[in-house]
Each structure stands twice: as structure tokens, then as C-alpha cells.
Design a binder for this molecule. Structure first.
Ligand SMILES: Cc1cc2nc3c(=O)[nH]c(=O)nc-3n(C[C@H](O)[C@H](O)[C@H](O)COP(=O)(O)OP(=O)(O)OC[C@H]3O[C@@H](n4cnc5c(N)ncnc54)[C@H](O)[C@@H]3O)c2cc1C
Length: 451
């Protein structure tokens, strides 16, 4: 336990209000309770969450592709958290990369099946599968077991008083907390409640994305998608990345980029390369129980903390386009460690929490550069042919010689930091191989298709 000038440190009976019970709120609560127990302090945590993750459709959904990255699965495993089979809708063991020129399968590095697809709530609107669990609810249950209180309600007001922060909810709960943790995702109304609490807070900048659920027979999903996540790098404006992710009886369609709208969505869903992934004669609109345009961070928040307040997860700092749940784990755990081991003054968060956000920011700048290069690739057929040629050849080699395949794997899964990916891309051997494959691939000028 630390000491700071305002004596803002946790002690027996300290109260923490966590606003939002998505992954960031759960990871904070789980680790704060765990660390406090290690320190012999008894703290009280309330997690206030507006949604009911046991509901299907929007009431229980946190709008997401639903991929749990390799790196997060490993980190959770070292904490003794193994996702149960009821949460995992499919283990993803390969990526199928699609260009207009053709496609190829990229196997999981070392052929391990370490990526999971899941639903954040219980499932899409009208889903009747009662044997499955929600990912977000599973994390909340872990916190409940550690002693957190769960309050199903919406926070509508927060006020700073001399010895705490008073939180008011829609159902008229009024409670003072020693520390308030903002884990409200990108909910603009909730983020605005933090402005009076943090004088120099600048919320994250966001853009519109797209998610749709497509319902198909299991046998059709097995036959057409298998245990593979289908990734599309097509020459369609605004789209940086399109994917079809198989999950139980559904395939989730995700589009990331900038300001995705209906026109862009239609260009994607009606593209030949995408239509060819489905059985012929399927009308996608008829198998779509729900779709939405959720927002995603493109620039992280600034100064997301003050005395007695800290924001985590999407509300503060995330990883550009990928592995947002992994970033929620990193920021949630870092804020919990700061509060328990150091204290919860602005200076504590600046010294011990800010460096984690700064690392994410720096890596995102490299990520932005990598995605601007992939945008160039999307528009250049000759580059796509070269990459396809290289990946197809690599997949026939031993797993240690698949440099381009792993670069693409880590870029699409978000499993490695962007800085690490860039270092590998700039390796002279990889550049030489790529140039060679661009020449060979374009001399052949055929669209290699391997599935
Ligand atoms: C299209 C798309 C696809 C994505 N795909 C992936 C993926 O495949 N893998 C991945 O790792 N990440 C993915 N992400 C990112 C990921 O969804 C987020 O990074 C992650 O959900 C952040 O977790 P969080 O807890 O910070 O916020 P959230 O998950 O948004 O949780 C915030 C919670 O706060 C609650 N809340 C908000 N305001 C209040 C209030 N006033 N009172 C009470 N409760 C409140 C909300 O109901 C919500 O449950 C994707 C994002 C998008 C947009």
C-alpha cells in the first residue's frame, strides 16, 4: 500500500464505483480485488452496468467482432482464467485471406488453436441457443466470485465532493465512492459526465464501423467457413479491413475503416469475392437478424485521470482497430495496480498508469502507418499478387519460414504490438522475398486460389 500527499490510498472499507461492466470494468475489478487481497486490505467494489448480458440482441450486446486474441488468451491463462467452452463459439485455427485476385489460407502459427470467437452478449436478436454464455457476463461472474457487487443500472450524474465522488443512477441510487473508475466504452453521454471531474480530460476520437450477424445452418458454416476467419483486403474506399467470423450458427460480418455507411456496406456485401464465400442464391438481407454501426477509437483520450478518478479501456486508451479487449485488460490491470499499490491521486495515475497509455499511443502511431501501407496494397493489384504468391509458397514451408504469413496474421489478429510487426516488415530478407514474389506473381498473372 502506498502513501501520497492527499492520503488518497485504499484501506479497509474503501469504496470504488466502476461505471461500466464491459471487459475493462471487469478486468479492473478482478485485479483490484485480487491485489487488495494480496495486500490484506478489504475493499468494496460496485460495478454499475446498464446492459443485461443475458439478453439477446442490443440489450445485451457490446457490438464487436468477438475475437479474443492469441495474446489475450495467453495472458488470461497465466492468471488462471481459461475461457469455458460455453463462451467460445468457435476456435479459430486459420485465416483465409481474400483479395480480388484470389485467396489463400494462413494457418495459426505453430498450428495451435489459440483464437476464440465469442458473443459479448448471449447472442443475436432472436437467438434461441440456451447452452451458450456471454463473454462479458462470464467476466462479470469472475468479479462477483471475488466479491464485487453488480448493480444493473445507468449512471446519469457524478459530482465531486471534498471526500469522494457522488454517483447518481437512473433508478435513484445515490452513493459516494472514494474512487470512480470510468469503463463506459465510447458512450458519449457517459464520457461527458467525466468532464467536470477531470479539468483537462479530452475524450477519445472515434469513427463509425459496421457489424452484422448472419444466420446460417451449422453444416453450411462448416462447409463454407470452417474454423477459419475470412479477411478481405478489397479495393473499396473507407474500408481498411473486412472480415467474416464464424460462430456457432452465425457468421459475424465486420467492417473497420472510416465512417462506414450503408453504401460502403453494400459495396462490400455485394462484392464477388465476398458473395463467393456464401452458398449461391443466398440473400444476405434475409439471413441478417441484426446489424449496427458502432464506434471505434481512432485517437486515444488525453489526461484520463484526476484525483479519485481514472478512465480505462475504450474510454481511455485502446489498440488501433485490433484487440480492444486486450487493451481493456492492459489498462484495467494497470489502473488496478496503481490504485492498490500506489494510491488514487492524479500524481499516482500520472506516474504509474499514464506510461501504459503512452505505450499504446506510440504503438498506435506505428499501427496507423501500417494501415496506411495496407490501404496502398488494397489499391494495387500487382502488390496483392506478389503477397498472395509469397504467402501460398510460405504455407508449404516449415512454420519457421513463414515471415509474411506471420506479419499478416499478427496485423489481422492484433496479437503482436505494431512496433514488432514493423520491425519484421523492414527485415531485408522479407523485403527481398516480397520483391521477388511481386515479379514472379505478376509474370504468372494468375489469381492463385487455395482453400
Ligand atoms: C466493429 C468492432 C469490432 C470489434 N472487434 C473486436 C474484436 O474482434 N476483438 C477485440 O478484442 N476487440 C474488438 N473491438 C473492440 C472492443 O469491442 C472494445 O475495445 C472493447 O469492448 C472495450 O471494452 P470496454 O470495457 O472498454 O468498453 P465496452 O465493451 O464498450 O463496455 C462499456 C460498458 O459500459 C456500459 N456503460 C456505458 N455507459 C454507462 C452508464 N452511464 N451506466 C452504466 N453502464 C454504462 C456499457 O453498457 C458497456 O457495457 C471491436 C470494436 C468494434 C467497433
Amino acid at each position: 500500500m502506498g502513501y501520497n500527499v492527499n492520503n488518497l490510498v485504499l484501506h479497509d472499507g474503501s469504496t470504488i464505483g466502476v461505471i461500466g461492466g464491459g471487459p475493462a470494468g471487469s478486468f479492473f475489478s478482478y485485479f483490484a480485488l485480487d491485489f487488495a487481497q494480496q495486500q490484506g486490505i478489504k475493499i468494496n467494489i460496485d460495478i454499475i452496468e446498464a446492459k443485461d448480458f443475458n439478453c439477446t440482441g442490443p440489450r445485451g450486446c457490446n457490438h464487436c467482432g468477438g475475437i479474443v486474441s492469441e495474446s489475450l488468451i495467453q495472458m488470461l491463462s497465466t492468471e488462471g482464467i481459461e475461457l469455458p467452452s460455453t463462451v467460445i463459439r468457435r476456435g479459430i485455427k486459420s485465416y483465409t485471406l481474400h483479395f480480388e485476385q484470389g485467396g489463400t489460407v494462413i494457418e495459426t502459427p505453430f498450428r495451435e488453436q489459440r483464437i476464440a470467437s465469442m458473443f459479448r452478449g448471449i447472442g443475436p436478436l432472436g437467438d434461441d441457443n440456451k447452452d451458450q454464455e456471454s463473454f462479458d457476463n462470464y467476466l462479470l461472474e469472475l468479479c462477483r466470485k471475488k466479491g464485487a457487487q453488480f448493480i444493473q443500472d445507468t449512471v446519469i450524474e457524478m459530482n465531486r465532493v471534498t471526500d469522494g465522488i457522488v454517483v447518481k443512477t437512473r433508478n435513484e441510487l445515490i452513493k459516494k465512492y472514494d474512487l470512480v473508475v470510468g469503463a463506459a466504452g465510447l458512450n458519449a453521454r457517459t464520457l461527458a459526465l467525466f468532464n467536470p471531474l477531470i479539468s483537462d480530460f479530452k475524450p477519445p476520437e472515434t469513427t463509425k464501423t459496421y457489424v452484422a450477424e448472419l444466420k446460417l445452418d451449422r453444416q453450411i458454416i462448416d462447409q463454407y467457413f470452417g474454423n477459419s476467419m475470412h479477411v478481405f483486403l478489397l479495393n473499396i474506399p473507407n474500408i481498411k479491413f473486412g472480415a467474416l467470423i464464424p460462430k456457432g450458427q452465425y457468421v459475424t460480418s465486420v467492417l473497420l475503416g472510416s465512417n462506414i455507411d450503408l453504401e460502403i456496406v453494400n459495396k462490400f456485401l455485394l462484392a464477388e469475392t465476398v458473395k463467393n464465400c456464401f452458398p449461391p442464391d443466398i440473400d444476405i438481407n434475409e439471413i441478417m437478424p441484426c446489424q449496427c454501426y458502432p464506434r471505434i477509437n481512432v485517437v486515444n483520450a488525453k489526461t484520463a485521470y484526476a484525483d479519485r478518478v481514472v478512465l480505462i479501456g475504450d474510454s481511455s486508451s485502446s489498440k488501433l482497430y485490433k484487440n480492444g479487449i486486450g487493451a481493456a485488460y492492459i489498462t484495467g490491470k494497470a489502473a488496478a495496480a496503481t490504485a492498490v499499490f500506489n494510491g488514487f491521486s492524479k500524481a499516482d495515475f500520472q506516474q504509474h498508469f499514464q506510461p501504459v497509455c503512452t505505450t499504446l499511443d506510440k504503438d498506435n502511431r506505428i499501427g496507423k502507418f501500417i494501415f496506411s501501407v495496407t490501404s496502398i496494397i488494397q489499391k494495387a493489384s500487382f502488390l496483392k499478387r506478389g503477397i498472395l504468391n509469397m504467402v501460398i509458397k510460405e504455407q508449404q514451408k516449415s512454420s519457421l519460414k513463414r515471415e509474411m504469413s506471420y506479419v499478416l496474421w499478427d496485423t489481422f489478429t492484433g496479437s503482436a504490438p505494431y512496433s514488432n510487426i514493423l520491425k519484421r516488415v523492414l527485415h531485408p530478407g522479407l523485403i527481398f522475398n516480397l520483391v521477388w514474389n511481386i515479379m514472379v506473381g505478376n509474370i504468372k498473372k494468375q489469381g492463385p486460389v487455395e482453400n
